[in-house]
Design a protein around this ligand. Structure first.
Ligand code: AMP
Ligand code: MG
Length: 420
């Protein structure tokens, strides 16, 4: 049997990340690209804006024609046309003339500026606004004022988003503006999720003596879904090597990119996952110097990356946060793999055994400062303190006491919105 190795969190994380690939690209329709990572840089084929247009409802004119115009001494121009958004102006502005123009409408030839309708004598709040024969302009403008220059936002040929860019709603908007209907993104990882243990029963089953419900399988399915990856639940394997093998085979048949298991990787007599993986030969068993979550297995099963998490629900969830999340994000093409981390001021006291500890806490904001309070019992089977938490406070290795008032780094599970 492989001897368990002691590793720091960073060493374990580095080994896990080195053991998973960035997945291949696929092409998806633009609306499906939300939350995905660009596989290739996006280069603009058009400029944005594509043509000079007005940023206001008003009058397109020559700035030189309204030099010295004021509310008291307005300049009168002859109105020679009207151009709406979506239309093309069919007139050219010459000295002493103006064209009424709507926001987004193309600037007529000869015009170099727009004066907003509020700075004219047109009664612009009226619903019906027949085109006047002349207009009084009551302010000066400089060439370019209220005109959106072509290419002001994006020049044709310019690289707009790099490979690795996470597509958010604003990115979807830019891609739509550039006419990108199909987007090359990294494939979503398919993650096989296996719970193991003779004590586990289904969520819909009544409790029986000695049994508990399989919560890890559901937590991990939710964690994978929350990451935008595809969970492939493989159910519960009994503590028998044959059953573990059968369940893993189902994952291989489903084409998973990564296996995540819970339990059965420590040194218990019934840790059959370990026995099965030991046989396949490519999995290392570690003791990570972290709390919660000491035992961790990582390697490959039939060439597919395999990450074995501890069985205790909190250990499993925190180990997922620290290792599986980063691995899945790497596979999905993300550049930033970790949660946002924030320095906060601790309100109560934390004691640790010298392992790098992840302490369940609530972070909130008061008077412009971020404060943190732990959420109670930190046992690795106490799930309610995790339900209350919006952060994990990281006690570094070899630190055994953090006193109230000390600064500590919070690994943010959510942004601190809770105020009490
Ligand atoms: P093990 O790693 O097999 O020693 O399990 C450690 C602890 O986690 C035991 O108390 C198990 O009953 C519990 N456990 C293991 N798997 C699950 C699961 N899927 N859901 C809830 N608890 C579990
Ligand atoms: Mg077990």
């Amino acid at each position: 049997m492989t001897q368990a190795e002691y590793l720091t969190v960073q060493e374990a994380l580095t080994a896990v990340l080195n053991g998973v690939p960035v997945l291949a690209a696929e092409t998806v329709a633009l609306p499906e690209a939300l939350g995905r990572v660009l596989a290739e840089p996006v280069t603009a084929r058009d400029s944005l804006p594509p043509f000079a247009n007005s940023s206001m409802d008003g009058y397109a004119l020559r700035a030189a024609d309204v030099v010295g115009a004021t509310a008291v001494n307005p300049v009168t121009l002859r109105v020679i046309g009207d151009v709406a958004a979506g239309a093309m102006p069919d007139v050219t502005i010459t000295a002493g003339t103006a064209v009424r123009i709507m926001t987004g409408a193309p600037l007529p030839n000869g015009a170099d500026a727009v004066v907003p309708v509020e700075d004219t004598d047109e009664v612009w709040r009226k619903r019906e606004r027949p085109l006047p024969e002349s207009v009084q302009i009551s302010r000066v403008v400089s060439p370019g004022d209220y005109v959106r220059r072509p290419g002001e936002d994006i020049e044709a040929g310019q690289m707009v988003m790099e490979a690795g860019h996470l597509i958010r709603p604003q990115g979807i908007g830019v891609l739509a503006s550039l006419g990108v209907a199909q987007v090359a993104v990294i494939r979503r990882p398919r993650v096989g999720i296996l719970a193991t243990g003779d004590e586990l029963i289904g969520v819909e089953e009544p409790l029986r003596p000695g049994k508990i419900r399989n919560s890890n399988g559901y937590t991990q399915t939710a964690q994978v879904t929350a990451l935008g990856a595809i969970p492939v639940p493989l159910g519960v394997a009994r503590d028998s090597e044959a059953d573990v093998r059968a369940k893993l085979q189902a994952g291989l048949d489903a084409g998973v990119d990564l296996f995540i298991s819970s339990a059965g990787v420590s040194v218990g007599a019934y840790d059959v996952v370990k026995a099965v993986l030991d046989e396949s030969g490519d999995v290392n068993f570690w003791r990570v110097r972290m709390r919660p979550g000491k035992p961790l297995a990582f390697g490959t099963y039939q060439s597919v990356p395999f990450l074995g998490l501890p069985g205790n629900p909190v250990s499993a969830m925190v180990s997922f946060e620290r290792f599986a999340r980063a691995a899945i994000r790497k596979m999905a093409g993300h550049i930033r793999l970790e949660r946002p981390q924030l320095p906060v001021t601790l309100q109560d006291e934390i004691r640790s055994d010298g392992r790098e500890s992840y302490v369940r806490a609530v972070v909130w904001r008061k008077d412009g400062r971020y404060l943190a309070t732990t959420t109670g019992d930190q046992g690795s089977h106490i799930m309610t303190s995790l339900v209350k938490a919006n952060a994990l406070l990281i006690v570094p290795e070899n630190v055994t006491l953090v006193e109230p008032g000390a600064e500590i780094i919070a690994w943010m599970l959510d942004w601190p919105e809770i105020v009490f």
